[in-house]
Ligand binder design. Structure first.
Ligand code: ADP
Length: 483
């Protein structure tokens, strides 16, 4: 199991937490900033209007003095949380609503007053935990000449309380959201970890030769991966079972001729004065067993190659294969007194491996002789129909009972072992035929023939050069792309 911090779970959890931190931080900053901006704008409108009204009232005074300013502002209401200052054009205080007498006639050094003395309207707003401080200042002109400055400062505790309320509400929300996201992330990690552990343990089981199911459910990517692993495990298990079965069947099959050879050899060795004719006969029997062993091992090799070899695909004219096989089997059918007749159509071409097609044709035609009666018949048909090539072998033998039909394509399966052995059978011929047929997209099945014997029907896709050349072109294109 990979380290947690380098793993995908950490990457997912890390990403969720990082994104959450960014979102929560923005959630804490933006609403407060926007509210501050709204408060600042509203205070700006309010204070600037008031300070301008004051400035225009004061600007009626011809010569500014403390007493004239105080008189002019007598009916002007100034609230407790406000401070109004009027200065002359050099910043000397003429009026201060904070009524600290010592400050009157002093020079005022507030930056807003300095800015207003340069002819600018000024507003500033400051936020602290207890107060929102707003300041507006504007120049006082008389006939275009600067004669003084009006400065109004307000400290609002209510607005500060409102702001800190918003801040603490958002902070509470952030904590709740953080806890929920954290909880969900941890739960996700726990579930993910469990699912990964299940996959790891299935892989470990597979490694030790046990093919347990991951118990995959659901439709997400991990479930799909687990389901694919289950399929793979089942496939490996089946292959493994088939391999074991094959090895055990093969050992059994090989043991029989080997034991016969052992017995024959022992008989020769133990008998001191065995007649030469009998020795020759026994040695001949040993030769027969050696032939059987050679046939079995040859067919086993063919089957092994079938699953490992990449077929050499070409256009195969099955008519040629049937004619060659009939020619090869001519002497065999004569010996068995079976009349072999072939009805072969033209242009029955399939796209396959020539050797494999030969194995299909030869094995089926040979079986129809082997499992036939003396004086019987074998009829072979080859024709094409609706995009398929049909190869049919019909015999007048004993036929195959219905219950056996689904088994006869299994490796080493024989209906009548003694008859198969005496006919030189290995029990592998039909397995080779079936595997070769399905390898090229074909189908095989057996049914009773009209005479009560067997009828094997092989259906293979017909080779259509135009379709194949299209496929080849696209396959070439694919290769180029891959290259
Ligand atoms: P074998 O080498 O024994 O012939 P096959 O795989 O070719 O092995 O055949 C499997 C079994 O199917 C045979 O042992 C035989 O019992 C049966 N079989 C095959 N072909 C025929 C047929 N044409 N008629 C009757 N039985 C057949």
């Amino acid at each position: 199991m990979g380290s947690f911090f380098g793993g995908i779970r950490f990457q997912i959890a890390g990403s969720i937490i990082a994104v959450s931190i960014v979102i929560i931080t923005l959630l804490n900053i933006f609403p407060v900033l926007i509210t501050e901006q709204l408060i600042s704008d509203s205070n700006n409108d309010k204070l600037s209007a008031r300070v301008e009204t004051i400035a225009s009232t004061v600007s009626q005074i011809e010569t500014l003095t403390s007493s004239r300013v105080s008189l002019a502002l007598e009916y002007f209401s100034i609230y407790n949380d406000e401070r109004l200052i009027i200065t002359d054009n050099v910043g000397k205080c003429l009026f201060d609503s904070s009524r600290v007498d010592s400050q009157v006639k002093k020079y005022m050094l507030q930056p807003e007053i300095s800015a207003a003395m340069r002819g600018q309207d000024v507003f500033s707003c400051q936020f602290t935990d207890e107060f929102v401080y707003s300041t507006a200042a504007c120049p006082i002109f008389l006939r275009g000449n600067l004669i003084g400055v009006a400065y109004l400062h307000e400290s609002d505790a209510e607005q500060a309380t409102f702001l800190s309320g918003i801040r603490s509400t958002i902070a509470r929300f952030s904590v709740i959201i953080g806890v929920i996201i954290g909880g969900v992330t941890v739960a996700m990690m726990v579930i993910l970890t469990k699912r990964f552990l299940r996959l790891y343990s299935a892989i470990d089981d597979m490694r030790s030769g046990e093919y347990s199911s991951t118990g995959a459910r659901g439709k997400d990517e991990l479930s799909t991966l687990a389901a694919r692993m289950d399929e793979l495990a089942t496939e490996i298990q089946q292959n493994e079972d088939r391999r074991k079965q094959f090895v055990s069947d093969a050992s059994h099959e090989l043991r029989t001729p080997l034991s016969s050879m052992r017995l024959l050899a022992d008989a020769i060795l133990q008998s001191q004065d065995m007649p030469a004719d009998m020795v020759r006969e026994f040695v001949g029997d040993i030769g027969t067993e050696i032939d059987r062993l050679t046939r079995i091992t040859g067919k086993m090799l063919t089957l092994t190659k079938l699953s490992s070899r990449t077929p050499n695909l070409t256009a195969v004219n099955m008519a040629d294969t049937v004619n060659v096989s009939a020619h090869m089997l001519g002497p065999v059918s004569e010996r068995a007194d079976v009349k072999l007749t072939c009805s072969v159509g033209d242009d029955c071409i399939v796209y396959a491996d020539g050797d494999s097609i030969y194995q299909i044709v030869y094995n089926l035609m040979e079986n129809a002789i082997k499992y036939n009666r003396r004086g019987g018949e074998e009829n072979v048909f080859l024709y094409k129909k609706e995009g398929s090539v049909f190869f049919i072998v019909d015999d007048t033998g004993p036929g195959i009972p219905e219950s056996e039909r689904e088994h006869i394509f299994e490796r080493f399966y024989r209906i009548d072992k003694a008859r198969s052995r005496s006919a030189g059978g290995t029990g592998l011929g039909l397995a080779i035929v079936s595997e070769n047929t399905t390898k090229f997209g074909g189908k095989i099945h057996v049914e009773p023939s009209v005479s009560g014997g067997s009828r094997f029907i092989v259906q293979l896709p017909e080779y259509l050069p135009e379709a194949a050349s299209d496929e080849e072109c696209s396959a070439d294109g694919g290769d180029e792309n891959e290259a």
